[in-house]
Write a protein that binds this ligand. Structure first.
Ligand code: ADP
Ligand code: MG
Length: 213
């Protein structure tokens, strides 16, 4: 059993579960919360994340297989996806491969949105590039069910902002390819989302200007 990440809300372990290589995402108790409430929150969020991981997979978007949910300890035992976090490798790929991956991401975000699922934390840290060059979405802790235009735009806008901050030079190209993939699935709806993203950007800028005053 190896600890791979200590997040604010959950710790992740790489371990064996029977003969399978798995990841265990364990939601940690929070001392500052009343004990009963803390347990209820952790159980609720664990169920919620497991449900969204499975629902998304059912809609044809690659996510880790959920093997087991342990509500007593509020943990999810899931398939260990072999590969690398996209954040670490995207910039190192050949141009054509960058394009293929970004379009694939866009297509899959389109599939999620079409199915009424919003990821809620679309960053390149939450996408794994597998050893056979596929992509898998992880971290559905903030995911939700929604068919709302604003929610779809916020989802993509977060992706755009992550690209700007972590892959600055190529950010625009990456995002345009993602949109190209998204358009394959969402067709003309894509224009509405882009318009809404524009509005969100303006709102953001307005808030920043106010802060500077
Ligand atoms: N099923 C999985 N297979 C392989 N790696 C995973 C898996 N789930 C998570 N990870 C790795 O652990 C990291 C943290 O997991 P994540 O669910 O994003 O937790 P957090 O909510 O703390 O961000 C991910 O960025 C990824 O590198
Ligand atoms: Mg994460």
């Amino acid at each position: 059993m190896v600890l791979i990440k200590k997040g604010a809300e959950a710790w992740l372990f790489r371990e064996k579960w029977y003969e399978f290589d798995v990841i265990r995402k364990w939601r940690i108790p929070k001392k500052y919360r009343v004990k009963e409430l803390d347990k209820a929150i952790r159980v609720f969020r664990t169920k919620h994340e497991a449900r969204l991981l499975s629902e998304t997979r059912k809609k044809g978007v690659p996510t880790p297989i959920v093997f087991m949910v342990n509500l007593m300890e509020s943990s999810i035992i899931m398939e260990d996806v072999k590969g690398k976090v996209l954040k670490e490798v995207l910039d190192t790929l050949p141009l054509q491969e960058k394009k293929r991956i970004c379009m694939l991401i866009g297509e899959n975000i389109g599939k999620m949105h079409k199915a009424g699922i919003v990821h809620g934390d679309l960053t390149t840290s939450n996408i794994i590039l597998t050893n056979n060059n596929q992509i898998v979405f992880v971290d559905f802790g903030l995911a939700s069910f929604s068919k709302n235009l604003e929610d779809h735009a916020v989802d993509l806008h977060l992706m755009e902002r992550t690209l700007e901050s972590t892959h600055h030079k190529m950010a625009k190209k990456y995002f345009n390819w993602i949109i190209e993939g998204y358009r394959k699935i969402m067709k003309d709806y894509t224009n509405k989302v882009l318009q809404q993203i524009k509005e969100i950007r303006l709102r953001g800028r307005y808030v920043e200007e106010r802060r500077e005053k």
